[in-house]
Design a protein around this ligand. Sequence first.
Ligand SMILES: [Fe+2]
Length: 302
Amino acid sequence: VIELTDIAYVRSSSPDVEGAVRFAVEIVGLELVDHDGSTAYLRADQRHHCLAIEDGEPGVRGSGLCVSDLDALADAERELEAAGVSVSRGTADEAASRRVEAYIAFDDPAGNHIELVVDQAVLGRPVHFGRDAGIIEFGHICLDAPDTKVAADFYCSVFSAKLSDRVGDAARLLRIDPVHHKLAVFQSDGPGLCHINLQVASLDALMTNWRFLERTGVEIQSGPGRHPTSNAIFVYFSGPDQMTYEYSFGVRRIEDDAAWRPRVFPLEEPGSIDAWCGPTQRVTSQPQLQQESPVPSVAAPA
Ligand SMILES: [Fe+2]
């Protein structure tokens, strides 16, 4: 089993990097850390970046997840190949552009491009937020999958993720540490990035952000509401290029791992997505782009 230690970043691309960065800084409140060549790096916490926006057609290029060290990465490469998954190793230049020591890349069963990284750079200086949104942390990555059970089973068998709760077959919420979910899979026609989550410090920050977004004319996709699964209070809103951002506050922690039993909230029941029964809709996703250097998709198990 490959032990996932954290989430690292999302790599997205846009035909208008300047516009996407302006939104990420002035509306979302992230810090623009660096903009070298065609890639802009944005951060929410000590990580060098949680979002890299590259010049190109709109879509998601990949998502980074962490393993502990180079030995763990080498083990992961073997375990993935043993599980019938084709793996490629990033070059030194590619690792440098991701601000990691090393990484390997593969596609999950849904076709999401995943990068397993070691030693993502950490910045010691305080985060210089673009706006006072009360952001405290890059909270989770939510991916799309045609079959959420197949995708979740992959992360929970080949990897160390655990199912925390699910909303029918529409959403499966996975934990890799005590936080209720740092990885989620939502049902969709194909692979993609459903949303990127940022945790905020307080209910006041969440609601003040919601009012700010409304005042600024940003499209609110859902919320404010409360997820009965994670207990978090949320608001989802639209960025450029079909990117969906989520602010949330108060996510549940599962401290007694052994005692937790995953629960099923039927999608058709009011209150399964929002306990306050507000209007909910499937949020928009960024489609998974084909890679620059094609990574072979998941091979059928032998
Ligand atoms: Fe979320």
